[in-house]
Write a protein that binds this ligand. Sequence first.
Ligand SMILES: [Zn+2]
Length: 198
Amino acid sequence: MPRFAYPCPGCRTTNSLHDAGCEYEGRDWHEIERVYTDVLSVLADGAVEESTLQSAIPDGPETWSGLHRAALELLRREGRLVETDAGLSLLSAADYREAVSEPTTEPVATIYREGSYPGAHDNSVFAMIAFYEMVGLSWAETRENVIEWLHQSGTWERGGFEESSPGELVDRKRHVYEAGYGWKEKATAAKRVIDAHR
Ligand SMILES: [Zn+2]
């Protein structure tokens, strides 16, 4: 199945399997990728007001569509863009990696902040890997972030792992990254267990 460089603005899939009820199901992928390149090509030149962005897209303001708006919203929601005094500004790759390394979206934020407990480990580690994959980090960056989280959150110290090191644990979950699974369901299950410890 082909994978796409940009996520669906409706359900975030990067292949042709949309979530049930996604309004962009069946939309031509070239069209979806095109709206991202339209928006990003303008932002690449520097910060702009949203109204300026709309009129600056390559084929002219009359081609600005609901799909453009949805793509822009997704970029904003996921922290790829920040609001500055000069308007919307694209984060550099390094700033973006830094920004997404600390998830602020629930339920992953709880897992990140509180760490995992025995009984939630499988779901927590799954969710952390799937989350970093979703926000676009490479495997190496994902691995590094998850290992650091295992240490800093106190998760590894709480025990309950068969593996002998955080690195071994994360490497054994690489299939989660490769498959691009969603993280919400597993994260929700993990958060329930973690919340019971708080
Ligand atoms: Zn979709």
